[in-house]
Ligand binder design. Structure first.
Ligand code: SAM
Length: 243
């Protein structure tokens, strides 16, 4: 099923127009025809099947059928704090975490991050937003995750009080597994932060600071995962535990 997002106000209409890049994708890449059915989502938890009634030169009119709730969101809000990885790995992280139900992605610079703060990295955010929107359409997400501009480690620490569970995946942790941590919780978390280190790993001083700010340090097993794999493993284990 091909899916497209429109804004909530557009979604209210009987007939919506798919335009811009989405129109190009619909008409030139997917080559959809009048009479075909697509799924339209309002990026606010609702979707509807829609019949393409007209494909014009710069927009496609779609008649919306019955509206219904999207049931693909996790029962908790998840923010991923991802230490800024090298190359295009952050695109992989954005794509896979979107498929796994993440809500917010916040790149950050840690002590051993190879990538240092630069305007170039800030400019990449627009590209990452496109990756997340496309992964949201492919996976049928009710709400497209947000991608924030990179922050420093101090800012990460200052944000942790916004969450009722902070999970730091630490490669040198041997005893405390994610399962043990989740089993020890007295209540089901509603707002979860996942924190993943860079290719060079976390500095023990960073781990100490995270602990001071209420973070739970967990192992993801005996093998060392790539930085772009670890968040996905943690979130899918979390979903398995709670779903
Ligand atoms: N340089 C580190 C080393 O060789 O020990 C490896 C860092 S790993 C490539 C990148 C990040 O993924 C880590 O900082 C951690 O957040 C996460 N990670 C990878 N494997 C993990 C594991 N077995 N347990 C917990 N976290 C892990």
């Amino acid at each position: 099923m091909n899916r497209f997002y429109v804004t909530p106000d557009v979604f209210e209409k009987e007939v919506v127009t798919i335009s811009g890049d989405d129109y190009k994708h619909l008409s030139k890449v997917l080559r959809l025809k009048e009479g075909e059915v697509i799924e339209v989502l309002n990026n606010n938890g609702l979707k509807a099947l829609g019949e393409i009634i007209q494909i014009g030169d710069d927009g496609a009119d779609v008649k919306l059928l019955e509206r219904e709730e999207v049931k693909t969101e996790n029962p908790y809000h998840v923010s991923l704090f991802q230490s800024y990885p090298k190359g295009s790995k952050l695109e992989t992280v954005c794509q896979k975490m979107t498929e796994n139900g993440v809500n917010t992605i916040i790149p950050f610079y840690s002590k051993r991050s190879v990538v240092k703060p630069s305007r170039k990295e800030f400019k990449k955010i627009d590209r990452l937003k496109k990756v997340v929107k496309s992964a949201g359409e492919q996976s049928g997400r009710g709400i497209i995750p947000t991608v924030e501009s990179p922050v420093d480690f101090k800012t990460v620490l200052s944000k942790l009080s916004d969450y009722d569970l902070v999970l730091v995946a630490y490669e040198s942790e041997t005893g405390q597994t994610l399962k043990k941590t989740l089993n020890s919780l007295k209540h089901k978390p509603e707002r979860i932060a996942i924190i993943i280190g860079p290719e060079g790993g976390f500095d023990p001083i960073e781990i100490e600071a995270l602990k001071q700010n209420g973070a739970e340090i967990v192992s993801l097993g005996k093998r060392i995962l790539r930085t772009e794999t670890a968040g996905m493993v943690l979130l899918s284990q979390l979903n398995f535990f709670y779903e």
